[in-house]
Design a protein around this ligand. Structure first.
Ligand SMILES: [Zn+2]
Length: 497
């Protein structure tokens, strides 16, 4: 595993080192006063743009345009009330366009990148109960962008210039959930920690306060969001995510809940008729996928299956498999043989192989036609010098249903014979899914229902839950307890298809 981390880490550092931070003083879009930042506004825009593309590739967008437009419309209504759109705010800020994105992850989180990028996961959307809660979450993230918290933090931390982008995403979500970051960036241990950047308590408090203000001005009943922060506390308590680092830098969910309740009382006096938007919100998330989506890739009983793309391949016994949005990485128990399966860049195996040769910038040891699992393919072999010695890098390309895929394997040159058969057992096993129940597998979806009788919540939810979830998770999603008595007419989020 060590090898892979180093490899991934170094790619990332190289990419990010291109923009170095210094110290700039520019007016704050939040308050108008001068503040110091690690990056100029222009640099932040560039960092945001490139990292956004990277993030979409890693994590994947949730494929629902109607839901994305809905989230954007709420985000824009809050943004319109923010200091970024105020008369008198410098034009560079006023003209900033935002992108609001729904990411295809079951983990509960929301986060922002410099330059106007705000993300919510489908896992987060499942846990919200109404528009007002969504508005406050988006307002919080909009404030991180407006206040340039990542850029401020880069100035405080010496290694900030290296880790800013990854850290701004990784370390900071609305939940402070580090496990989430680890999952989707594919980093663990020291590389992950080095790249972790936190905005700090003051920045989080500022985002809560301004986020609530903007949402109230946009007409939302901000007190509603206190219940969501209560849910966050339950999620972290249930999964044991309250790590010491999380505690010390991120305000506790309880503290935030209390702060939001107080702010709601204050703003409620100024704006008495605030919108909750429960029916509107639940209509939008009815049918939302919850938990892992088995169609977009699952590891089961020694095989990897991708039902949407219609293929499977074997995983050698004892090897670890890690799935990301557009790749699967297999690592042998000793951590010395690595195989990465992903979509090839090209419309045929030959074109993908040529593009791989061009991008790897070394004369290939071998380049030519090959047969992979009975299919016509192309293979490229390189020897690459790294800090770990010379590596044999082999990439096999094949096509399936009009899409080109590559099996990229690495091992030390002197160990390559040892790994050769394991690597080829994977690529040779590539083919159509044999098992019909896996071919037709469906993800679990949220179903919004109206209670017809008075009963405890636990009596409405059945016994089948998405992989990795239980009845308590469903209660948290509904922001109630299992034994809460539900009244006729109340809306509930249950599991259905
Ligand atoms: Zn935050």
């Amino acid at each position: 595993m060590k090898l892979m981390k180093r490899y991934l880490g170094s790619i990332c550092l190289l990419g990010l080192l291109a923009i170095l931070s210094g110290c700039v003083t520019e007016p704050s879009a939040l308050t108008g006063e001068s503040r110091s930042y690690g990056y100029t506004w222009r640099q932040e825009l560039e960092l945001g743009r490139t990292s956004d593309a990277h993030l979409i590739q890693q994590m994947g967008l949730y494929p629902d345009d109607a839901l994305a437009s809905y989230v954007t419309s709420i985000g824009e209504s809050v943004l319109a009330q923010s200091s970024l759109r105020r008369v008198g705010t410098p034009e560079i800020y006023r003209n900033l366009e935002f992108k609001f994105r729904v990411m295809d992850s079951p983990v509960v989180n929301a986060f922002a990148l410099p330059g106007g990028y705000v993300y919510v996961t489908r896992g987060l959307l499942a846990h919200l109960s109404n528009e007002a809660q969504l508005a406050v979450v988006l307002g919080h993230e909009i404030t991180h962008v407006a206040a340039r918290h990542a850029s401020q933090q880069a100035l405080k931390q010496q290694w900030g210039q290296i880790g800013l982008v990854a850290g701004a995403v990784i370390g900071q979500g609305i939940t402070g959930n580090e496990q989430f970051a680890d999952q989707f960036m594919g980093w663990g241990g020291s590389v992950f920690q080095m790249l972790t950047l936190k905005y700090g308590r003051d920045a989080e408090r500022e985002s809560d306060i301004y986020g609530v203000e903007y949402s109230a001005k946009a007409g939302y009943a901000i007190g509603e969001s206190a219940d969501f922060f209560n849910s966050l506390g339950r999620i972290s308590a249930k999964s044991g995510q309250s790590l010491p680092s999380w505690q010390s830098s991120h305000p506790g969910a309880g503290e935030r809940e209390g702060r939001i309740r107080q702010l709601a009382i204050d703003w409620g006096n100024t704006f008495p008729d605030l919108k909750v938007g429960e029916a509107e919100y639940l209509k939008e998330i009815d049918g939302l996928i919850i938990g892992e989506n088995p169609r977009s890739g699952i590891v089961m009983r020694g095989k990897f299956y991708h039902a949407d793309m219609g293929f499977q391949f074997d995983i050698p016994e004892g090897w670890q498999a890690k799935k990301e949005a557009s790749s699967v990485t297999l690592v042998d128990p000793a951590g010395r043989g690595i195989l990465v399966f992903s979509v090839g860049k090209g419309s045929t195996p030959e074109e993908a192989a040529r593009n791989f040769v061009t991008s790897s910038k070394v004369e290939p040891l071998r380049f030519g036609k090959s047969t992979i699992g009975g299919r016509k393919g192309y293979v490229v072999e390189n020897s690459v010098a790294t800090s770990n010695g010379n590596m044999l890098v082999r990439n096999e390309f094949l096509s399936h249903r009009g899409e080109v895929f590559g099996f990229l394997s690495y091992s030390k040159v002197e160990e390559s014979k040892r790994y050769r058969s394991a690597f080829s057992s994977v690529s040779e096993s590539f083919g159509e899914i044999g098992n019909a129940s896996i071919r037709d597998i469906e993800p679990t979806r949220l179903k919004v229902v109206t209670a017809k009788k008075q009963d405890r919540f636990s009596n409405f939810i059945g016994t089948e839950f998405p992989y990795g979830m239980d009845e308590t998770d469903l209660a948290i999603i509904n922001q109630i307890e299992l034994n809460t008595v539900v009244e006729p007419g109340e809306k509930l989020k249950i599991v259905g298809n």
